[in-house]
Write a protein that binds this ligand. Sequence first.
Ligand code: ADP
Ligand code: ZN
Ligand code: ZN
Length: 749
Amino acid sequence: APACYARRPVFIRRGCPVILQLALPSPLRRLFDYLPPLGCNPALLRPGVRLRVPFGRREVVGVLIRTQQHSEVPADKLRAALELLDHEPLLPDSVWQLALRTAQYYQHSLGDTLAWALPSLLRQGEAAQMPDQWIWQAAPEARADDPSLNRAPKQQAALRVLKQHPHGIQHTNLARFDLQKATLDNLQSKGLVSLTCHRHQSKPRPSQWLHAAELPLNSEQQTALHALSAGLGRFQPYLLAGVTGSGKTEVYLQLIHQVLRAGQQVLVLIPEINLGPQTLSRFTERFNARIAMLHSNLTDRERLDVWLKARAGELDIVIGTRSALFTPLAKPGLIVVDEEHDASYKQQEGLRYHARDLAVLRGRLENVPVLLGSATPSLESLHNAQQGRYAQLKLNQRAGHAQPPKLLRLDIKSRPLDGGLSQPLLGAMRDTLGKGQQVLVFLNRRGFAPTLLCSHCGWQAECSRCDARLTLHQRQQRLRCHHCDSQRRIPEACPKCQSTELLPIGVGTERSEERLLELFPDYPVLRIDRDSTRGKHSMQALFAQIQRGEPCILLGTQMLAKGHHFPQVTLVAILEADGGLFSADFRAAERMAQQIIQVAGRAGRDSQPGRVLIQSQLADHPLLVQLCESGYFAFAEQALHERRQAGLPPFSQMALLRAEANQPALAEQFLQQACTLAEGLCPSASVELLGPVPAPMAKRGGKHRAQLLLLSEQRAPLHQLLAPWLAQLESLPEGRKVRWSLDVDPIDT
Ligand code: ADP
Ligand code: ZN
Ligand code: ZN
């Protein structure tokens, strides 16, 4: 231990605990000792309150974890906290426990875990209460032609604006109406307007919940709903495995109605914020309820308001992406995780948590059911269902009159492609558009072409900072790296041989779009990818156009694939389905299957039947054949069997130690040391150590990356190893020269 840690007690005042142990926003996996603020009532110092404290030369906001009587910090080094910020613990006990267990399970600093879990204004010390509202109103008798305003056109205009708003305008919204405080101050001094303070008042609970009638359920849906409603009021995870378009959302809605009637709140997690508007509108069309969505365009204040209202029970339904998981609820009744297989539930930086897994933990802590829904459940969840940990409910049929789409493989090994499309596919597209229907073309690669090649010497444009080729973006006249975002001009000649014959090889969405516009001049081509939908509203505008239902071609990346309901799409074309069959990542095949089924699920969701054409170089690959002929669940059965044989998750537990450095040797040396330390801590070999090896992309963003994989049949030995191991790693001198991180239950190895 460092020299400043003397092993003597500090002082005890009449037996009261006086040392505060705080979690601070720091990556260090430890707590920090402070004395209470001067004159602070010790009864208020309960775990979970925030305090402002000096930290080095800064002031930070910490959260009190516990109080005790001793500190190992010498008395003259102990500093006092400056201010107590809360009179009550911030979080209800369940979410508090959730945060503590999250930090422990993912081996992450508690202070940093709390920082991920709390709205940013609370991290900065903002009061945890709804602010008073100051409202400007025109006096009832005030007139814009008041003689005192003859020479004050601005005041006249301001008064007119206020007169149009009989309920007044909030002070914080003045800018939105182009009003200035100074103008209103002048009006106020003339007695023409008033400024009054309104305390926050919650909207009352609705007494009648339904806006729109519930659909009569088919028998599969009814069975599922019965099972779910019988389980309300206690913890139980459910896996609702329903094919695309089987009416899972309708089952959620009817179950949620029961929860609302019981006076409880519902938390709904969705994988991606693009799906938010669609989900929100289905909820608001159905329910007369107080619904809030946590999305990335909220201001910090709006985000905090949602959090506070949810905590106070003033919201009935909270919808959000993975971080919404930590939203406190006064009266939780149900947690829904939609599209539970989606990889975006796993956070890939900082606190590397999996929101689906934590949702199940939260359900246990709150003693409420957790409903995981998907047409393509993760192998983890299917395994949990088979083990009896999750109750499985199945919807095998599409709801209403919709038919399941037919999946057809198209061998493109020896077929010429035009803009990435084969002749049979182009024929099917013509046919569909001719019938007045829509076509969805899926190509998970943006840009014009993934490679720029010198046809003379074979040179390829590569990123200097990554082990990756640069993507050609024709419209921007740029070569861009999709891994580190660096970009440069397209060279006029090959830098190696000066030849000017530089050819774009392969097809991205931009190139496909260009060709489709030529091939189908009579139909709109709507490209949807990260490049085409930069503006906040352009995505919504595109979706609105699709919903109008006129024949058109939708072309896009995975942004198009998830959860959307496009009733007029009857043909889905998947241009390249092979990536998952070549990859070294053992999860690649699962992801490929999920993606194909999810994209395919956009076809034929209304009364017209849907077709799916899958172009592949490996059209006869057994996995692809099985997926197309027997469906996702047969595929998953086979894939689970293979995982069991190979001893891979979910039949084993993993943790991944990653390191990156400016020189390749540094990362490997650190991991080598880490490996030796782990062997010392775990002599029984119940944890297998694989590596260190270079990361799948060994160089990225100028950093050299390597990794060490820990694999164990059982969870306990692995997790017992992690805590002491990380403590050792934190004090390794080699660790200072690298950036390292631990990923518990990694999803990309
Ligand atoms: P999923 O969430 O499984 O993809 P949705 O709940 O979005 O499925 O349902 C797909 C379509 O079927 C929607 O248009 C929905 O309104 C409709 N639908 C769902 N349940 C029924 C039902 N019981 N009867 C008629 N139509 C239904
Ligand atoms: Zn060349
Ligand atoms: Zn790069």
